[in-house]
Ligand binder design. Structure first.
Ligand code: OGA
Ligand code: ZN
Length: 376
């Protein structure tokens, strides 16, 4: 197979072309120079940069490029020489999409066993990979104690504390300070969009459930957004561009934050959904704009409540859902207690903490993360 590198002519020698068979990648001279794998440029222990990248000559060029199949040997107009392992400049093509969008036909729910995930790295890794792929995982065998989830939380990192404390009760009480603490059903929602940052993952642990009702509902917000984009692009566009507000107020707290119901990254990919009817307070935008917004929100609501898109597991005592709160919409059906209590416990864990454990477990297992960089 053809393997070669060459400086692209006609670009002031500021681009390198790397070719393997029919795959070709181009790199900018500054990009290569600022990550040169030598001890003057990058600290060997941490991999962190020692030179100031912004102080490199703006017109830095490549003056030489050679490859022996193992190493790419480059020289630059500032006199620097860099040797990159070939594979670092030619990573394997990216594997298939890591997120699998699902609907009600999802055949097998991602699941995990509490004590296995607690005791075995491979089981914890599998749990976190499932969570990343599907946006949720159902864990069984959680101890039936108030803070039963805690040892597993501690396998990842700190629990996020809020004004409600650490792990908090979800059960109906007489003087409910939040509608979650009643016997009402809860429409599909994401939790606490009035916080900043919004809680990354929800850990919802069942100690006891209602005899009838109190079933959970789960909808993949990324799937719903994809459908909306396909079927009603105007509505999709409106929900990505309108920043709405969310607010929670009680005697001791006043929490407010804002953002769109569907959030895109700069490349147009859906990266977060928000939906919380109970706490949304859209500002008094011009009526024409609100007209469009209300129609769009209605279209999105129809999707997130559609039975074809909704899973309805009922949590039994000792079961727990871990949910990606930037992707999943969750809810519950109403219940009426004639006896007993419905008692769930809920905790939040941040996104960076969760991703960090997943990625370090991958590294331990020898699964390569990426070579130089995640491909663009
Ligand atoms: C909540 C919530 C789910 C349930 O409290 O935000 O989603 O099953 N509860 O009670
Ligand atoms: Zn909730």
């Amino acid at each position: 197979m053809d393997v070669f590198v060459e400086i692209i002519p006609g670009t002031h020698a500021r681009q390198l072309r790397v070719v393997e068979g029919n795959r070709e990648t181009r790199f900018h001279a500054l990009w290569l120079r600022e990550r040169s794998p030598d001890a003057e440029t990058l600290d060997p222990r941490t991999g962190q940069r020692l030179i100031e990248a912004a102080a490199l000559p703006q017109d830095l060029a490549l003056t030489g490029a050679a490859c022996d199949g193992e190493t790419v040997d480059l020289t630059f107009s500032d006199g620097h020489r860099a040797r990159f392992p070939w594979r670092d400049l030619h990573p394997a093509p990216p594997a298939g999409a890591i997120h699998e969008h699902w609907d009600a036909s999802l055949a097998i729910m991602p699941s995990a066993d509490f004590s296995q995930a607690l005791e075995r790295d491979d089981a914890l890794s599998e749990m976190l990979e499932g969570l990343e792929r599907y946006g949720f995982v159902k864990v069984s065998g959680v101890p039936l104690t108030l803070d039963g989830m805690m040892p597993l939380v501690e396998r990842l990192g700190p629990l996020r504390r809020t004004n409600w404390g650490g792990i908090a009760d979800v059960k109906s009480i007489a003087d409910a300070y939040d509608l979650t603490m009643t016997q009402r059903g809860l429409e599909p929602h994401t939790d606490n969009p009035y916080r900043d940052p919004i809680p990354g993952y929800i850990w919802l642990h069942c100690l006891s459930n209602a005899d009838s009702g109190g079933d959970s509902t789960l909808t993949d917000g990324f799937m719903a957004a994809k459908r909306l984009r396909r079927d009603d692009p105007d509505a999709f566009d409106c929900l990505t561009r309108t920043s709405t507000r969310f607010r929670y107020v009680d005697d001791d707290a006043h929490l407010e934050s804002e953002g769109p119901l569907i959030e895109l990254d700069p490349r147009g990919k859906v990266i977060r959904v928000r939906y919380n009817n109970r706490t949304e307070r859209i500002p008094p935008l011009p009526p024409e704009q609100l007209e469009r917004y209300y129609a769009a929100r209605r279209a999105f609501f129809a999707l997130i409540t559609a039975p074809e898109l909704t899973l309805t597991p009922k949590l039994a005592p000792g079961e727990m859902l871990i949910m990606d709160n930037y992707r999943l919409l969750h809810g519950r059906t109403a219940f009426r207690l004639s006896q007993g209590v419905r008692h769930l416990r809920q905790g939040y864990v941040d996104r960076d903490t969760t991703a960090s454990r997943r990625l370090t477990l991958r590294r331990q297992a020898g699964i390569s993360l990426h070579s130089l960089e995640e491909s663009a």
